[in-house]
Design a protein around this ligand. Structure first.
Ligand code: UDP
Ligand code: MG
Length: 310
Protein backbone atom coordinates (compact mmCIF):
# COMPACT_ATOMS: atom_id res chain seq x y z
CA UNK A 1 0.00 0.00 0.00
CA UNK A 2 1.22 3.48 -0.74
CA UNK A 3 2.64 5.41 2.18
CA UNK A 4 0.96 8.52 3.49
CA UNK A 5 2.21 11.71 5.14
CA UNK A 6 0.55 13.72 7.90
CA UNK A 7 1.38 17.37 8.37
CA UNK A 8 0.61 18.65 11.87
CA UNK A 9 0.11 22.38 12.25
CA UNK A 10 -0.76 24.05 15.59
CA UNK A 11 -2.66 27.32 15.30
CA UNK A 12 -3.16 30.01 17.91
CA UNK A 13 -4.56 33.37 16.80
CA UNK A 14 -3.03 33.17 13.34
CA UNK A 15 -5.63 34.76 11.08
CA UNK A 16 -2.97 36.85 9.32
CA UNK A 17 -0.97 33.86 8.14
CA UNK A 18 -3.39 30.97 7.76
CA UNK A 19 -4.42 31.33 4.13
CA UNK A 20 -0.96 31.94 2.74
CA UNK A 21 0.48 29.28 5.00
CA UNK A 22 -2.02 26.69 3.78
CA UNK A 23 -1.35 27.50 0.13
CA UNK A 24 2.40 27.16 0.53
CA UNK A 25 2.26 23.97 2.57
CA UNK A 26 -0.38 22.37 0.40
CA UNK A 27 1.60 23.11 -2.77
CA UNK A 28 4.72 21.67 -1.17
CA UNK A 29 2.94 18.49 -0.11
CA UNK A 30 1.49 18.05 -3.61
CA UNK A 31 5.00 18.38 -5.03
CA UNK A 32 6.39 15.71 -2.73
CA UNK A 33 3.93 13.29 -4.22
CA UNK A 34 2.70 11.01 -1.42
CA UNK A 35 -0.95 11.04 -0.40
CA UNK A 36 -1.18 13.40 2.57
CA UNK A 37 -3.37 15.01 5.17
CA UNK A 38 -2.90 18.39 6.81
CA UNK A 39 -4.10 18.43 10.40
CA UNK A 40 -4.69 21.83 11.96
CA UNK A 41 -5.10 22.05 15.70
CA UNK A 42 -6.82 25.24 16.68
CA UNK A 43 -5.44 25.85 20.15
CA UNK A 44 -8.30 28.00 21.45
CA UNK A 45 -7.79 30.94 19.08
CA UNK A 46 -9.85 34.00 19.89
CA UNK A 47 -9.48 35.67 16.51
CA UNK A 48 -10.85 34.63 13.12
CA UNK A 49 -8.58 31.58 12.74
CA UNK A 50 -11.35 29.03 13.11
CA UNK A 51 -13.49 30.74 10.50
CA UNK A 52 -10.62 30.54 8.03
CA UNK A 53 -9.99 26.90 8.92
CA UNK A 54 -13.64 26.06 8.31
CA UNK A 55 -13.43 27.64 4.88
CA UNK A 56 -10.21 25.82 4.01
CA UNK A 57 -11.57 22.47 5.23
CA UNK A 58 -14.74 22.90 3.21
CA UNK A 59 -12.89 23.01 -0.08
CA UNK A 60 -10.07 20.62 0.78
CA UNK A 61 -10.87 17.10 1.98
CA UNK A 62 -7.16 16.53 2.78
CA UNK A 63 -7.46 19.17 5.51
CA UNK A 64 -8.57 18.03 8.94
CA UNK A 65 -9.22 20.31 11.88
CA UNK A 66 -9.47 19.79 15.60
CA UNK A 67 -10.38 22.80 17.67
CA UNK A 68 -9.71 23.06 21.41
CA UNK A 69 -12.23 24.51 23.86
CA UNK A 70 -9.51 26.84 25.13
CA UNK A 71 -5.79 27.45 24.83
CA UNK A 72 -3.94 24.35 26.01
CA UNK A 73 -0.54 25.31 24.68
CA UNK A 74 1.58 24.49 21.68
CA UNK A 75 3.03 21.20 22.94
CA UNK A 76 -0.42 19.84 23.76
CA UNK A 77 -1.77 20.98 20.40
CA UNK A 78 0.98 19.11 18.59
CA UNK A 79 0.27 16.02 20.70
CA UNK A 80 -3.39 16.19 19.74
CA UNK A 81 -2.34 16.34 16.09
CA UNK A 82 -0.19 13.25 16.56
CA UNK A 83 -3.14 11.44 18.13
CA UNK A 84 -5.25 12.24 15.08
CA UNK A 85 -2.62 11.55 12.41
CA UNK A 86 -2.91 8.42 10.30
CA UNK A 87 0.21 8.85 8.18
CA UNK A 88 3.29 6.63 7.97
CA UNK A 89 5.37 9.70 8.70
CA UNK A 90 4.28 12.76 10.70
CA UNK A 91 5.68 16.21 10.09
CA UNK A 92 5.36 18.88 12.76
CA UNK A 93 5.58 22.43 11.51
CA UNK A 94 4.68 25.93 12.73
CA UNK A 95 1.92 27.71 10.85
CA UNK A 96 3.79 31.04 10.63
CA UNK A 97 6.18 29.86 7.87
CA UNK A 98 9.21 30.29 10.11
CA UNK A 99 9.88 26.64 9.37
CA UNK A 100 10.24 26.75 5.58
CA UNK A 101 7.88 24.21 3.93
CA UNK A 102 10.55 23.51 1.28
CA UNK A 103 12.58 21.72 3.95
CA UNK A 104 9.85 19.06 4.27
CA UNK A 105 11.04 17.48 1.01
CA UNK A 106 14.55 17.03 2.48
CA UNK A 107 13.06 15.47 5.60
CA UNK A 108 11.02 13.06 3.52
CA UNK A 109 14.15 12.09 1.58
CA UNK A 110 16.02 11.36 4.80
CA UNK A 111 13.03 9.27 5.90
CA UNK A 112 13.04 7.33 2.63
CA UNK A 113 16.70 6.63 3.30
CA UNK A 114 15.84 5.05 6.63
CA UNK A 115 15.84 7.88 9.18
CA UNK A 116 13.29 7.42 11.97
CA UNK A 117 13.46 11.09 12.91
CA UNK A 118 14.56 13.93 10.64
CA UNK A 119 14.80 17.07 12.76
CA UNK A 120 15.29 20.62 11.61
CA UNK A 121 18.47 22.16 12.93
CA UNK A 122 18.55 25.94 12.79
CA UNK A 123 21.69 27.36 11.22
CA UNK A 124 20.42 30.89 11.64
CA UNK A 125 17.36 32.61 12.99
CA UNK A 126 16.11 35.56 11.04
CA UNK A 127 14.02 38.39 12.41
CA UNK A 128 14.21 37.43 16.06
CA UNK A 129 15.33 39.65 18.89
CA UNK A 130 18.87 39.46 20.22
CA UNK A 131 17.29 38.59 23.57
CA UNK A 132 15.47 35.56 22.15
CA UNK A 133 18.49 34.35 20.20
CA UNK A 134 20.77 34.71 23.19
CA UNK A 135 18.43 33.06 25.71
CA UNK A 136 17.70 30.22 23.27
CA UNK A 137 21.41 29.71 22.59
CA UNK A 138 22.22 29.55 26.30
CA UNK A 139 19.18 27.46 27.15
CA UNK A 140 19.96 24.59 24.78
CA UNK A 141 23.50 24.41 26.12
CA UNK A 142 22.51 24.47 29.78
CA UNK A 143 19.85 21.83 29.13
CA UNK A 144 22.32 19.61 27.32
CA UNK A 145 24.81 19.86 30.17
CA UNK A 146 22.13 18.98 32.73
CA UNK A 147 20.28 16.23 30.95
CA UNK A 148 21.14 12.61 30.29
CA UNK A 149 18.93 12.46 27.18
CA UNK A 150 20.41 13.35 23.83
CA UNK A 151 18.64 16.62 23.14
CA UNK A 152 20.21 18.14 20.01
CA UNK A 153 21.29 21.78 20.12
CA UNK A 154 19.36 24.57 18.36
CA UNK A 155 16.50 22.30 17.46
CA UNK A 156 12.82 23.07 17.85
CA UNK A 157 9.81 20.94 17.14
CA UNK A 158 10.05 21.19 13.33
CA UNK A 159 10.68 17.57 12.41
CA UNK A 160 9.51 14.45 10.64
CA UNK A 161 8.91 11.33 12.70
CA UNK A 162 8.26 7.84 11.44
CA UNK A 163 5.08 6.02 12.47
CA UNK A 164 6.93 3.82 14.93
CA UNK A 165 8.28 6.92 16.73
CA UNK A 166 4.80 8.44 16.72
CA UNK A 167 3.41 5.28 18.30
CA UNK A 168 5.85 5.65 21.19
CA UNK A 169 4.80 9.28 21.60
CA UNK A 170 1.21 8.11 21.84
CA UNK A 171 2.17 5.92 24.79
CA UNK A 172 3.81 8.82 26.65
CA UNK A 173 0.98 10.75 28.26
CA UNK A 174 2.92 12.94 30.69
CA UNK A 175 1.19 16.27 31.20
CA UNK A 176 4.15 18.63 31.26
CA UNK A 177 5.32 17.96 27.76
CA UNK A 178 8.59 18.93 26.17
CA UNK A 179 8.42 17.13 22.85
CA UNK A 180 12.00 17.65 21.70
CA UNK A 181 13.23 16.24 25.00
CA UNK A 182 10.88 13.25 24.77
CA UNK A 183 12.14 12.63 21.27
CA UNK A 184 15.76 12.73 22.47
CA UNK A 185 14.92 10.40 25.34
CA UNK A 186 13.42 7.86 22.93
CA UNK A 187 16.55 7.48 20.87
CA UNK A 188 15.98 6.09 17.34
CA UNK A 189 17.97 7.07 14.32
CA UNK A 190 17.74 10.87 14.19
CA UNK A 191 19.13 12.80 11.26
CA UNK A 192 19.63 16.59 11.36
CA UNK A 193 18.39 18.62 8.41
CA UNK A 194 19.97 22.05 8.49
CA UNK A 195 17.93 25.09 7.56
CA UNK A 196 17.74 28.82 8.00
CA UNK A 197 14.79 29.87 10.12
CA UNK A 198 12.70 32.54 8.43
CA UNK A 199 11.04 35.54 9.86
CA UNK A 200 7.43 35.12 10.86
CA UNK A 201 5.28 35.67 7.77
CA UNK A 202 2.91 38.00 9.63
CA UNK A 203 1.60 38.68 13.10
CA UNK A 204 3.46 38.51 16.37
CA UNK A 205 4.93 35.59 18.28
CA UNK A 206 2.33 33.62 20.24
CA UNK A 207 4.97 32.40 22.64
CA UNK A 208 4.78 35.00 25.36
CA UNK A 209 7.67 35.26 27.79
CA UNK A 210 5.55 33.40 30.33
CA UNK A 211 4.90 30.52 27.92
CA UNK A 212 8.54 30.39 27.00
CA UNK A 213 9.68 30.22 30.62
CA UNK A 214 7.13 27.49 31.23
CA UNK A 215 8.45 25.47 28.28
CA UNK A 216 12.02 26.05 29.41
CA UNK A 217 11.27 24.80 32.90
CA UNK A 218 9.36 21.79 31.52
CA UNK A 219 12.51 20.92 29.62
CA UNK A 220 14.78 21.16 32.61
CA UNK A 221 12.50 19.66 35.24
CA UNK A 222 11.30 16.90 32.92
CA UNK A 223 14.69 15.87 31.65
CA UNK A 224 17.11 16.54 34.45
CA UNK A 225 17.22 15.67 38.13
CA UNK A 226 19.95 18.23 38.73
CA UNK A 227 17.71 20.85 40.36
CA UNK A 228 16.69 18.25 42.94
CA UNK A 229 20.17 17.00 43.76
CA UNK A 230 22.19 20.19 43.32
CA UNK A 231 21.69 21.13 46.97
CA UNK A 232 23.54 17.95 47.92
CA UNK A 233 26.66 19.27 46.26
CA UNK A 234 26.29 22.61 48.02
CA UNK A 235 25.84 20.78 51.29
CA UNK A 236 28.95 18.67 50.75
CA UNK A 237 30.98 21.75 49.79
CA UNK A 238 29.74 23.57 52.86
CA UNK A 239 30.65 20.66 55.14
CA UNK A 240 34.15 20.37 53.69
CA UNK A 241 34.78 24.10 54.18
CA UNK A 242 33.30 23.92 57.64
CA UNK A 243 35.53 21.00 58.57
CA UNK A 244 38.60 23.01 57.47
CA UNK A 245 37.36 25.93 59.60
CA UNK A 246 36.94 23.62 62.59
CA UNK A 247 40.51 22.34 62.22
CA UNK A 248 41.80 25.91 61.98
CA UNK A 249 39.96 26.82 65.19
CA UNK A 250 41.34 23.79 67.02
CA UNK A 251 44.86 24.66 65.91
CA UNK A 252 44.40 28.27 67.02
CA UNK A 253 43.03 27.08 70.36
CA UNK A 254 46.00 24.73 70.89
CA UNK A 255 48.45 27.50 70.04
CA UNK A 256 46.56 29.71 72.47
CA UNK A 257 45.99 32.37 69.80
CA UNK A 258 42.98 34.47 70.86
CA UNK A 259 39.88 34.52 68.60
CA UNK A 260 36.23 35.41 69.22
CA UNK A 261 34.32 32.57 70.82
CA UNK A 262 31.33 32.97 68.48
CA UNK A 263 33.44 31.39 65.72
CA UNK A 264 32.70 28.03 67.43
CA UNK A 265 29.02 28.75 67.10
CA UNK A 266 29.47 29.70 63.46
CA UNK A 267 31.20 26.39 62.73
CA UNK A 268 28.32 24.56 64.39
CA UNK A 269 25.69 26.47 62.44
CA UNK A 270 27.36 25.95 59.11
CA UNK A 271 27.65 22.23 59.86
CA UNK A 272 23.92 22.00 60.56
CA UNK A 273 23.11 23.84 57.35
CA UNK A 274 25.34 21.52 55.36
CA UNK A 275 23.67 18.48 56.88
CA UNK A 276 20.21 19.89 56.14
CA UNK A 277 21.15 20.43 52.51
CA UNK A 278 22.47 16.87 52.26
CA UNK A 279 19.23 15.44 53.61
CA UNK A 280 17.24 17.64 51.24
CA UNK A 281 19.10 16.16 48.31
CA UNK A 282 18.39 12.71 49.71
CA UNK A 283 14.69 13.55 49.67
CA UNK A 284 15.23 14.88 46.16
CA UNK A 285 16.36 11.45 45.04
CA UNK A 286 13.15 9.86 46.29
CA UNK A 287 11.07 12.62 44.75
CA UNK A 288 12.84 12.15 41.48
CA UNK A 289 12.10 8.45 41.48
CA UNK A 290 8.44 9.10 42.26
CA UNK A 291 8.27 11.63 39.44
CA UNK A 292 9.84 9.09 37.13
CA UNK A 293 7.25 6.47 38.05
CA UNK A 294 4.43 8.98 37.68
CA UNK A 295 5.52 9.90 34.19
CA UNK A 296 5.03 6.20 33.43
CA UNK A 297 7.14 6.28 30.33
CA UNK A 298 7.67 2.96 28.59
CA UNK A 299 10.43 0.94 30.25
CA UNK A 300 12.18 0.38 26.94
CA UNK A 301 11.58 0.98 23.28
CA UNK A 302 12.24 -1.73 20.71
CA UNK A 303 13.35 -0.35 17.36
CA UNK A 304 13.67 -3.63 15.48
CA UNK A 305 13.08 -7.34 16.04
CA UNK A 306 14.49 -10.39 14.27
CA UNK A 307 13.13 -13.94 14.45
CA UNK A 308 10.88 -13.04 17.37
CA UNK A 309 7.65 -15.00 17.80
CA UNK A 310 4.70 -12.69 18.17
N1 UDP B 1 0.98 28.05 19.18
C1 UDP B 1 -0.04 27.29 19.73
N2 UDP B 1 -0.43 27.53 21.02
C2 UDP B 1 0.16 28.49 21.80
C3 UDP B 1 1.23 29.24 21.25
C4 UDP B 1 1.62 28.98 19.95
O1 UDP B 1 -0.61 26.41 19.06
O2 UDP B 1 -0.26 28.65 22.95
C5 UDP B 1 1.42 27.77 17.80
C6 UDP B 1 1.51 28.97 16.88
O3 UDP B 1 0.30 29.25 16.24
C7 UDP B 1 2.60 28.53 15.90
C8 UDP B 1 3.51 27.67 16.77
O4 UDP B 1 2.73 27.26 17.88
O5 UDP B 1 2.11 27.71 14.87
C9 UDP B 1 4.75 28.42 17.24
O6 UDP B 1 4.37 29.64 17.86
P1 UDP B 1 5.10 31.02 17.56
O7 UDP B 1 5.43 31.11 16.11
O8 UDP B 1 4.28 32.14 18.09
O9 UDP B 1 6.41 30.86 18.43
P2 UDP B 1 7.89 31.37 18.05
O10 UDP B 1 8.17 30.90 16.66
O11 UDP B 1 7.85 32.84 18.15
O12 UDP B 1 8.76 30.73 19.08
MG1 MG C 1 7.05 31.29 15.05
Amino acid sequence: MEKMLSLIVPVYNEEEVLNVSFEKMDAEMKKIGYPYEIIYINDGSRDGSMKILRAIAKDNPQVKVRSFSRNFGHQTAVTCGMDAARGDALIIIDVDLQDPPEVIADMVKAWENGADIAYGKRLKRKGETVFKKFTAFMYYRVLKSMSASAIPLDTGDFRLIDRKVADVFLRMREHNRFLRGMSGWMGFEAVPIEYVRNERYAGKTKYTLKKMLRLASDGIVGFSDRPLTLCGEFGTGLLVLDFLGLIALIVLACLKVPFPAWLWALVGMVALNGITLLFMSLQGMYLNRMYDELKARPLYIVAEELNMEK
